[in-house]
Design a protein. Structure first.
Ligand SMILES: Nc1ncnc2c1ncn2[C@@H]1O[C@H](COP(=O)(O)OP(=O)(O)OP(=O)(O)O)[C@@H](O)[C@H]1O
Ligand SMILES: [Mg+2]
Length: 390
């Protein structure tokens, strides 16, 4: 299959006309029960609000004349080097796994922008979830990690590396039971025939080989899947503790050091403490686990994080191997303190509605980690898919 696979792209392209703040699509539906061969359906969508923005555009909530909601990513194509076909191609390739990836509803374009229509995931992204509910209980963290690994196994088997795994690109399909989906294939690239030296992930989640921190140069394409595994290790650390590993410490005016918890929610992403990361990559210090331990994370979970946060990409666990890790397949130990967990459950209920009821069995409770004073040791209703209409 070619990198672009234009025939597949064309199949997902929506027949479109533009109005003032609206867009109209013509689709064709076959109704077997009514013995209707090919009915022409016209749907007009109106912009409602912005759901988020990133490096190349905005994501807008749209509502159809029938009330249906969807999210549309609008990417400016006037800028040089924007190859939007890659993002759409990846979405077509994973469209059969709507349990793991945000559901793709088609795309359309005008002279300045390309628009990617997706199901609207009302609960937002994992950054928002962590901000509201705090670090996850062990079994929720396990669930999120397992689902992300299933997504990465699927992507990597297709020779696709995501290349921007981070909480903002993980959407919460359901807070309870927890169900997450991987989104944003903007910097995904097919692994074969690519170089690592194109762009690269987000601050805080970038693998050391992309930052030039390893003595050996990793130019080979085979390493880009390992980049996803490092990023996943950072995400797992964050969902367990509230903080990325190797986080740069903020200096307070009074000279104390403090993590700037949650600053990424305002748009800024956490920055990496390059010095500590470099020292780890050079083998001078171990992976700092003090924050994981202070958060009362189990030894199995710590061992899992250590399998991913390995400086040498050759030795970093691949997705399939990580999916079989003891922590992922085991039951977490029973919780020891229910008051903190109850606080967390109440926060989830306040945020996502009173009907949500996080399960409390098998939950490992940790101390809240906000705010922390740490000096590193060791120096959004689903639309119908275009495929439904075909
Ligand atoms: N389907 C969706 N439903 C609800 N919210 C969404 C959806 N897709 C994206 N969002 C929100 O919009 C934000 C930005 O979306 P996305 O990550 O796809 O774009 P981006 O970061 O601008 O992409 P790029 O990295 O290519 O610049 C997400 O972090 C999320 O909060
Ligand atoms: Mg994004």
């Amino acid at each position: 299959m070619s990198d672009r696979d234009d025939s597949k792209l064309d199949r997902f392209k929506l027949e479109t006309s533009f109005g003032d703040g609206t867009v109209t699509h013509i689709t064709y539906k076959t109704d077997m029960a009514a013995r209707e061969r090919r009915a022409r359906v016209q749907t007009t969508w109106t912009d409602k609000k912005n759901l988020g923005s990133g490096g190349f555009g905005v994501v807008i909530l749209q509502q159809a004349d029938g009330g249906e909601l969807r999210a549309v990513k609008k990417i400016y194509t006037g800028a040089a080097n924007i190859d939007f076909t890659r993002e759409i191609t990846v979405m077509t390739k994973v469209a059969h796994r709507q349990d793991l990836f945000v559901k793709f509803l088609g795309w359309y374009t005008n002279s300045d922008f390309v628009f990617i229509a997706m199901e609207y995931i009302e609960h937002g992204d994992l950054t928002h979830y962590l901000k509201n509910s705090g670090p996850c209980s062990a079994n929720i963290a396990q669930g999120i990690t397992r689902q992300l690994l299933e997504g990465l196994v699927t992507l990597h088997e297709l020779d696709i590396a995501h290349r921007d795994i981070k909480p903002q690109n993980v959407l919460i399909a359901s807070p309870e039971p927890i169900w997450v989906k991987i989104a944003d294939f903007g910097v995904s690239k097919r692994t074969k025939g690519t170089m690592l030296h194109t762009r690269l992930g987000s601050q805080g989640y970038v693998a050391p080989e992309l930052m030039g921190l390893l003595s050996r140069r990793y130019m080979d394409d085979n390493y880009s899947q390992a980049v996803d595994m490092w990023a996943l290790g950072c995400v797992v650390h964050e969902i367990l503790t509230g903080e990325i590993p190797f986080r740069e410490v903020e200096y307070e005016p009074d000279g104390t050091t403090e993590f700037d918890f949650g600053s990424e929610v305002g748009g800024m992403e956490p920055r990496t403490d390059i010095g500590t990361l470099k020292s780890f990559c050079d083998g001078k210090t171990d992976l700092p686990t003090d924050l994981l331990r202070r958060s009362l994370v189990s030894e199995l979970a710590i061992a899992f994080v250590k399998e991913l946060l390995v400086a040498d990409p050759d030795s970093r666990a691949a997705a399939k191997k990580a999916l079989a890790s003891v922590w992922i397949v085991s039951e977490e130990e029973p919780r020891t303190n229910i008051s903190i967990e109850d606080t967390r459950i109440n926060k989830i209920k306040q945020t996502f509605g009173a009907n949500t009821s996080p399960t409390s069995h098998g939950v490992n409770i940790r101390q809240p980690v906000k705010p922390l004073v740490v000096v590193p040791t060791g120096q959004k209703e689903t639309g119908s898919s275009v495929t439904d209409a075909m």
